[in-house]
Design a protein around this ligand. Structure first.
Ligand code: UT7
Length: 316
């Protein structure tokens, strides 16, 4: 067996807090509807000079500093995102330059929407096995406020901005993530038009279709990861689920019959930050001491694509 362990985490959230009361000034909505249907009370939006690159850099620098790993030791740098500042250069290439990562570091962005960070962990595990240096930097970052249609009340209340970063180490003695990744291609359920379409790049979502997908995919993926790792769900110390909707998480907790205290999240304060949601939550858990050395976090992302991705990540 060989795999990665989590060495350290970091995160960065924009300063500006946008409450449900703020959203009610923009569209016909109210705090009661948003909280009861989603669990979200506020989210963060970039303002001023804040941007995707600055959030990525802040989260990455914090994770690196906490890890004690020097930039020269990094072999792989991946950024999971669908809202990067530039189509090229990839955000990971900008990080290579700004952080001073060696030129032979494998650097690229990957888009698996809300599953992106866990797709990134799995990809890093595979790449690091062959890389000359065994430390990887995996980041999830989104600035969804730039892709949000603020006239569409069914989507604009959901999304937020932020970044989370993880420094991981590959070792042939470490257990694998036991990654479970998949895709059920669907263009209509969750769509952000690209540069070659006539439509402006706003998020379009058929909420109910994605909700039905999520409540099926999340518990299935979590069970498959535990099955692959050969452990029972009771042996998992923490569940780090993508924060899309508190009702989806509550449903999964019930279905999996796991301790809700191991599934606490942050959606009330962050909203849905897509690829950033799992690493931001991971960072909160590590920083608060809720996930400690030797403990295992079962991470699951799900969303646009439609995609899902799960893995069991141990804190070194
Ligand atoms: O991160 C990627 C994965 N994403 C997800 O997993 C999201 C999955 N979907 C969801 O979380 C939910 O479907 C939503 C939160 C997006 C929507 O919740 P819902 O319970 O499915 O609401 P709905 O779309 O069925 O709408 C119910 C009603 C509608 O009114 P009518 O037709 O019943 O009169 C909507 O117009 O709620 C209305 N509505 C709102 N009312 C107040 C929709 N958005 C709002 C709003 N404020 N912001």
């Amino acid at each position: 067996m060989n795999g990665i362990k989590l060495i350290a985490t970091g995160s960065a959230l924009p300063e500006r807090v946008v409450t449900n009361a703020d959203m009610a000034k923009i569209v016909d909505t109210n705090d009661e509807w948003i909280v009861s249907r989603t669990g979200i009370s506020s989210r963060r939006h970039c303002s001023g000079d804040e941007c995707h690159t600055s959030l990525c850099l802040a989260a990455a620098r914090q994770a690196l500093e906490r890890s004690g790993i020097r930039p020269e030791q990094i072999g792989v740098c991946l950024v999971a995102t669908l809202s990067q500042d530039f189509l090229t250069p990839a955000t990971a290439c900008v990080l290579q330059m700004e952080l001073g990562l060696p030129e032979d570091t494998v650097c690229f962005d990957l888009n698996a929407a809300c599953s992106g960070f866990v797709y990134g962990l799995h990809t890093a595990e595979c790449l690091l096995a062959a890389a000359p240096r065994k430390y990887g930097l995996v980041i999830g970052c989104e600035v969804l406020s730039r892709l949000t249609d603020f006239t569409d009340r069914s989507t604009c209340v959901l999304f937020g901005d932020g970044a989370g970063a993880a420094v991981v180490e590959w070792n042939e003695a470490y257990p694998s993530l036991h990654g479970v990744l998949g895709c059920r291609g669907n263009r209509e359920a969750l769509l952000v038009p690209g540069v070659n379409t006539k439509d402006h790049s706003y998020i379009h979502m058929d909420g109910q279709t994605v909700f039905r997908f999520a409540v099926e995919a999340l518990p299935r993926c979590a069970k498959e990861v535990a099955g692959k790792a050969g452990i029972s769900l009771d042996q998992v110390d923490r569940f780090v689920f993508h924060q899309a909707n508190q009702r989806i998480i509550d449903f999964a907790v019930k279905k999996l019959k796991v301790d809700p205290a191991k599934c606490t999240g942050n959606i009330s304060r962050t909203g849905n930050t897509s690829a950033a949601s799992v690493p931001i939550l991971l960072d909160e858990l590590v920083s608060s001491g809720a996930l400690t050395s030797g403990q295992k976090a079962l991470c699951v992302g799900f969303g646009g694509g439609l995609t899902w991705a799960g893995g069991l990540l141990e804190l070194a």
